[in-house]
Structures are given as C-alpha cells and as structure tokens.
Design a protein around this ligand. Structure first.
Ligand SMILES: Cc1ncc(C[n+]2csc(CCOP(=O)(O)OP(=O)(O)O)c2C)c(N)n1
Ligand SMILES: [Mg+2]
Length: 366
C-alpha cells in the first residue's frame, strides 16, 4: 500500500460503484443474460415462499402487537427480498449477524416463527435459536454489531475456516463510528465478512439525503479498501446474484464486501412510530409499486413457473404455519421476573440486586 508519490500532478486513483438490476418493478427483464438459475423453479420458488412467509409473519406480528400480545415490533414490509437472497447464498456454517428487520434471512436459516414471536414479546429465550446455533441475536443497538461481524470473521481467518460472517444493517447505521471501524479493520485484515446495507431511505424520521452527503452508501467501502456494489434491493434475482458472488469470493480469500441494497421502508419505523408525521403518504404510495413480492410473482407467472391458484394455496399454507407459531408462542409459560437478571453478570451488582428485590416483591403481589 505504501507508495512513493507520482512525479507530476494528476489523478492518482478513480473509483466506481456498480449497480445490478435484472427485473424492473413490473417483473420485466431489463438486463441480460439472466443467471441460469433464474429459469429454475427449484431455485426461485423457495425464495418466493420465504418472502411470502415473511410477509404473513409480519402481518400477524403487527396484529398481535395491536392487540397487546407482542411488544414493540419493527416491520420488514417491502424489504423481504434482501434477507431471503442473502441467506440463500450463505452456507449453514456461515454466521448471520442481523439487525432487527431481517426476518426473512432468519427464517431461511431456520430460526422459527415461535422464537421470533418470543423475542418480540420480550422473552430472551427467543434468541436462543435451536436451528442456527451460532447466528447472532438481533442487534437493537444500531451499528454496533458490525464490530461483532468483523470479530467473527477474524476468528474464521485465524482458524483457517472457510466460513463467512454476514452483517445486515441499515442506512442509518452507516453514519456510525463502529461501522467505519469495522469496515476499516475488515479491509486491513482482509477478512471474510460481508456488510449488507438495507438502504430503505429512512432512519426513523431522518431521510437518507439528510443522513449523508455521500452519493451512495456503497462508496463508503472504498476508503476502507473494501469492494463495494449497489443492487436493487427489491429484485431478488439481482440480490442473489450479487450476494452469491460476494459470499463465495469472501469465503475463498478475496476479502470483505459491502453491498448496498436499495429498497424502501413501506411501514412505520416500528409500532411505536407514526411515519405520517414526517413523510408524505404519496411517497409511500409510489413505492408500493416496487414491491419485491409482486415483482417476483409477476415474473414467475409470466415464465409459467407459478399461477394465481398456486399463490392462493401458498398464502393459505403460510397463514396456517403462522397460526401454529402464534399458538405455541402464547402457550409458552412466562419466565419469572428474575430471569432478566440471570444472564447479565456472573455476580449481580448491588444496584441490580435492589431492582431484583423490587421485581420479586411485585411478582409476589402480582
Ligand atoms: C446506538 C443506537 N443509537 C440509536 C438508536 C435508536 N434507533 C433505533 S432504530 C434507529 C434508526 C436506524 O435506521 P437504519 O439504520 O436506517 O435502520 P432501519 O430502522 O431503517 O432499518 C435509531 C436511531 C439505537 N437503537 N441504537
Ligand atoms: Mg433505514
């Protein structure tokens, strides 16, 4: 890296940010050639099913929250393609380090809907995944998990394992110091880690153009010497193409990647938010036309891989699965109040001891 300066004045470096899209909002092919698997229902239908299952889960989670049976919940409406494509490009032994809107990735990797409900219902046992044991719990702190992902990738490298850490974060997270530090370390140490930025245009009430003066978020990787690219985050075919390549390259020693997926947060930030106070409903209306599920469905139907009848059946199956998960969730005996103190410290500090005493008293009276 250390070089002597050039002899004369002039440009010393140039950088690019590439964008990938195969399907437009109407499911029409706009770039060719398509990857070969884009004609293979065995590849595409599982992606579609996971996206639909995620949306069904999402609708039910919102209903549960509205009826007082779930805590604050962050909807993934409109962003289902990203996690689905990413997770389908990972190997089982890779590690997902997610933020709080990546249900599709988690479901693909075998986290159960009951576990997700438990977590969003305030029960930490929901993070003790029985499937992907080494995947991380969702990071509610914005961006801090980028450091964890870099650490995981460092461990893989030290152990000479061919595994990849995949960190999912939002546009807002890319303004944070821990994000830049993680990216820098990943670049300097040439680690097998992928940062997937879901640029949904909003960080609660802050639009992305107020978040940063950078033209793209992908370019933030350049200063860290990390390969970057931008992709249509509502086009699962483009996403999977980009993700598969990035993850494979990282696995086989070609270093870290940053993928910026352009999407849109169709929902409120969480159930504790009212987005109509800071953004125009007409903007949201326009964005509905970019829905990733409709886009893939139209393509599948046009390519004769799917029908409206198949769709109805799938929606029915997805609802049934969610209803079963709701039953299991609601039937799970609550943990005692003291459980929340059990795993924080080996020895409870005095201040928390007082809180524990108070919790035990209120439980006795409750
Ligand atoms: C370290 C930290 N600071 C602030 C918050 C409060 N907070 C929660 S979500 C959020 C916005 C995050 O936006 P973005 O990264 O774009 O993700 P999105 O919610 O859009 O998926 C903020 C500021 C937090 N959870 N953690
Ligand atoms: Mg955002």
């Amino acid at each position: 890296m250390r070089k002597s300066p050039p002899e004369r004045s002039g440009t010393v470096a140039r950088f690019e940010v590439n964008f990938t899209r195969y399907l437009d909002a109407n499911g029409k092919v706009v770039s060719t050639p398509l990857p070969r698997w884009a004609n293979d229902p065995e590849v595409l239908l599982p992606l579609y099913r996971t996206m639909v299952q995620t949306r069904t889960f999402d609708t039910t989670a919102l209903n549960l929250q509205r009826t007082g049976r779930l805590g604050t919940y962050a909807s993934s409406l409109g962003q289902e393609a990203i996690g689905t494509a990413i997770a389908s490009s990972m190997w089982t032994e890779d590690v997902l380090v997610p933020s709080y809107r990546e249900f599709s990735a988690q479901l693909w990797r075998g986290v159960t809907m009951t576990e997700l409900f438990l977590l969003w219902g305030g029960d930490e046992r929901g993070s003790d995944y029985q499937g992907p044991r080494e995947d991380f719990p969702v990071s509610i702190p914005v961006g801090s998990h980028a450091c964890h992902a870099t650490g995981v990738a460092y461990a893989f490298k030290m152990r000479r394992q061919k595994r990849v850490a995949v960190c999912c974060l939002g546009d807002g997270a890319t303004s944070k110091g821990d994000f830049y530090e993680s990216l820098n370390a990943a670049g300097a140490w040439h680690l097998p880690v992928i940062f997937v930025v879901s640029n949904n245009q909003w960080a609660i009430s802050v639009p992305v153009e107020k978040q940063t003066a950078a033209q793209t978020l992908a370019q933030k990787a350049i200063a860290a010497g990390v390969t970057n690219e931008q992709v249509d985050g509502n086009d699962v075919i483009a996403l999977r193409t980009v993700a598969e390549r990035a993850i494979d390259e990282a696995r086989f020693g070609e270093g870290p990647r940053l993928i910026e997926a352009l999407t849109y947060r169709l929902s409120d930030h969480t159930t504790a938010d009212d987005a109509s106070r800071y953004r125009d409903e007409s903007e949201v209306e326009l964005q509905r036309a970019n829905d990733p599920i409709n886009r893939l469905k139209t393509y599948l139907i046009k390519s004769r891989m799917w029908s409206d009848q198949d769709d109805q059946k799938l929606n029915q199956e997805c609802k049934q699965k969610v209803e079963e998960a709701v039953k299991q969730y609601l039937a799970t005996p609550k943990q005692p109040s003291q459980a929340m103190f059990d795993y924080l410290y080996e020895e409870l500090p005095v201040s928390l001891q007082h809180q524990l005493d108070a919790a035990l008293i209120s439980e006795d009276h409750g």
